[in-house]
Design a protein around this ligand. Structure first.
Ligand code: ZN
Length: 61
């Protein structure tokens, strides 16, 4: 899922990576790696993606 991503960091269970989409635009994606958590979202800025990673709470207890 993060195969083309660069600058991948890990914040808790969430990974944040930067990539270019098919149109060449930069996007920033946060993906939770916890089992049974499907959280994944794209953001326009790195700061927004990292903030989402820091504030993410897995719905799985
Ligand atoms: Zn999660």
């Amino acid at each position: 899922m993060l195969r083309r991503f660069r600058n991948v960091i890990r914040i808790g269970p969430v990974r944040v990576g930067t990539a270019n989409d098919q149109r060449g635009r930069v996007k920033h994606t946060a993906v939770c790696t916890a089992p049974r958590c499907d959280f994944s979202a794209d953001y326009d800025t790195r700061a927004a993606a990292e903030l989402a990673a820091r504030t993410h709470r897995c719905p799985v207890r």
